[in-house]
Design a protein around this ligand. Sequence first.
Ligand code: NDP
Length: 293
Amino acid sequence: SPATPVSVIGLGPMGRAIAHTLLTAGHPVTVWNRTAGRADGVVGAGATHAPTPREAVEASELVLLSLTDYQAMYDILDDVTEALAGRTLVNLSSDTPDRTREAAAWAARHGAAFLTGGVMAPAPMIGTNAAHIYYSGPGELLEKHRDVLTLLGTPKHLGEEPGLAQLMYQAQLAVFLTTLSGLMHATAMLGTAGLKAREALPELLSSADSIGDMLRAGEEHPGAALDAGEHPGHLSTVTMMGATSDHIVDTSTALGLDLALPTAVQGHYRRAIENGHGSDNWTRIIDSIRPPH
Ligand code: NDP
């Protein structure tokens, strides 16, 4: 119901966006943040500023956490664990699947229900159709709070196992962060020839966009083959892509750029070639990344 009270602990850009979205939808919102000044905006918009974490927890059955990591949750709540019983904690902070599993057990010890969330949107997109949030933990808990949580972004429940949402989040962010580093590497490369980033980036982004087309293309869809452990090589073989990765390393070396990213990529292809998979499709590099068995 629109009147469900919600507490929001952590008011970085994300926590503030969450609090504003809930206030706009008419929910009574209680906030707490370590640095009190960061609450000014949301208090101006109608939120109640709890003087202590205990009062923030006690204000609502539903408590959302948006913090740098899971340690911050313990730093804030370890002294008030007896206030947690019977409440629902939804932790929307980034951390490892292992730490989220530990946190679910910690919450259970204190009688609290616990959902893990991975927010797939930058703060300004919270509350828009473009935002979705991965959840893991008890499905009925998500159902109970679906109306409130849907305000922030479309909820996608991955399963009961508490680590799943952050496993998905970290997988998504691995794509995001390595792609961003790739784009910055390429921009630095072109910058050595005097090309400005404002010209280089649109050019490079068209290349990044084509990856989606390549991986989604019907008959060439690599996912099914990957699942079957098959890497039929026709167009982009390990040998061809590996030679390309050598050229990127050589070019970057000549230009004096940092080599960490190109040599990591080169390593994936080199190992596949060493293992006799040069004529396979490039997807064979997944075996260079998986733990050896
Ligand atoms: P910030 O780093 O700006 O804010 C983090 C919050 O955590 C602040 O409220 C900060 O308090 C608090 N905090 C950190 N350490 C402690 C501690 N030891 N004790 C008490 N409070 C602590 O992050 P964001 O708001 O940007 O993000 C929050 C979470 O959302 C992160 O996990 C992030 O990965 C995730 N996320 C963020 C996105 C974004 O666009 N910003 C997008 C998707 C996910 P204080 O103000 O006192 O420093």
